[in-house]
Design a protein around this ligand. Sequence first.
Ligand code: UGA
Ligand code: MN
Length: 244
Amino acid sequence: PPLYVITPTYRRPEQLAELTRLSHTLMLVKNVFWIVVEDATNKNHLVAELLKKTGLKHEHLLAPMPELYRKKKGPKPRGVSNRNRGLQWIRQNAKTGVFYFADDDNTYDLQLFTEIRYTKRVSMFPVGLITKLGVSSPIVRNGRFSGFYDGWVAGRKFPVDMAGFAVAVEFLLQRPKALMPFRPGFEEDGFLKSLEPFEPQDIELLASNCTKILVWHTQTKKNEPSQPLDLAKYNSTNLVMLKQ
Ligand code: UGA
Ligand code: MN
């Protein structure tokens, strides 16, 4: 059965660099189906071309962040409309397999995909380079779940990062209401709670009882060009400097 990778993405100067790197990771994974969802009202043709070039089985979808949240001051629910669109696609098109939310800017060890493929319900594993603790992970004692290690618990039942869990398609299909809330900081917790009946004790613990880091929450340094491209001097169709 396929491994569905749901990737939210949005238009910015770094977009093609991030997607190129992630695509080259996924090209090394067997039986993977890449669902790329743009936070935009129209498809970036450069993203479409990139997808085609990879030869990967894929779906290119659109799911703009609702105006209401886009206009709001402070933290925004980044990638939420994209992920919910991905979930909708899974509900309509998938029957078996596993899905994983893979942000376009993280770094993934190939071993991660080998391990999450066998998820029966919800699997979890450490995410590196996150918060001042440097890692977010379930804590395992004597082979059993015994809590969460996370730099920002904030009363969450599941204080984990988006990159730290995978879900079986059949498990999702049995929960028709499962959805990600538009609530900054509580997206993971809200989604995992919407999967009930599901308790922390039900988590499948991967990455050698959560002792190995197979995914890192890397972030690309912003380098916003301060000047528009001078088309009279240099004309390239392969530069995406435009914002939506
Ligand atoms: C952290 C978590 O790892 C994300 O999964 C979570 O969505 C995010 O916080 C959040 O709660 O806001 P972080 O690195 O801070 O991630 O966020 P980004 O990497 O900037 O965004 C997460 C994903 O959403 C990325 O794949 C990005 O391409 C996408 N995104 C971001 C959009 O689609 N639209 C946006 O306006 C911003
Ligand atoms: Mn990120």
